[in-house]
Design a protein around this ligand. Structure first.
Ligand code: ZN
Length: 235
């Protein structure tokens, strides 16, 4: 069956390769096409999903205050690295934001050491969040994204296994389609805003990645201008 990326379903793909001596090998792979993000929306509606990774921290509260002014909701992909601020996980949840999991340690060498190591870490952050909001969220984001190449250094091929196994265990993972560059070393308010505008670039459905960790004070400061821009553009 040919893959139709516009149609949900499971497709099987067969690959074959031949080396210079004529040895042939065949591999089969299942491809799952899932519903497009935002496909529930009204037609022509432009949607941006605001997501903040690596918190909580003191910046989480500042971001929540800004979001409240705009009557906007976000998703926070949290870690266990700054637990003095875990009360903000509960506050964010109570304010109507979505809490999601990003891993407990966020250390690539720990998280991606093996499949078991990944799930140990994920369970840990799940239990941590459960203490705050009463349940384990099933929305997750992989450190570095689902197709990161850093994990290879610790465990070759791990992302292929993890992306399959998390779904089998009932989790849904989300990458992103837009950044403000705060994870890529852009540190000025002006630079963050400029990068965000470049990245938005007329996309209809945006999964917007920013960071609410303690060292991202300028992400907070750039946020109102970015939200103003998105609103002006009809999101
Ligand atoms: Zn992260």
């Amino acid at each position: 069956k040919k893959i139709d990326t516009s149609k949900e379903g499971t497709y099987e793909v067969t690959y074959s390769a031949k080396d210079s001596s004529g040895n042939k090998t065949i591999a089969k792979r299942k491809i799952e096409v899932i519903k497009k993000i935002g496909s529930d929306k009204q037609s022509n509606e432009k949607v941006v999903y605001l997501t903040f990774d690596d918190g909580p921290s003191e910046n989480t509260k500042k971001i929540m205050d800004i979001l409240a002014k705009y009557d906007a909701k976000a998703t926070f992909f949290v870690t266990g690295r700054n637990q003095d601020y875990n009360y903000l996980i509960k506050d964010a949840y109570n304010a109507g934001h979505t809490i999601a999991l990003h891993t407990y340690s966020h250390e690539y060498s720990t998280v991606y050491a093996s499949v078991d190591a990944y799930f140990d870490d994920l369970n840990k952050v799940g239990q941590m969040v459960k203490k705050e909001i009463g349940f384990v969220p099933h929305y997750i984001r992989f450190p570095g994204g689902s197709s990161n190449t850093v994990s290879r250094r610790y465990c070759q091929g791990i992302m292929s296994t993890l992306t399959k196994e998390v779904v089998e265990k009932g989790y849904q993972y989300y990458d992103w389609t837009c950044i403000n560059g705060d994870g890529e070393g852009i540190k000025t308010i002006k630079g963050l805003k400029k990068k965000a505008i470049e990245e938005v670039n007329g996309q209809e459905d945006i999964m917007f990645l920013m960071h609410d960790s303690a060292n991202q004070g300028n992400t907070v400061k750039a946020l109102p201008a970015i939200l103003d821009y998105l609103i002006k553009k009809g999101y």
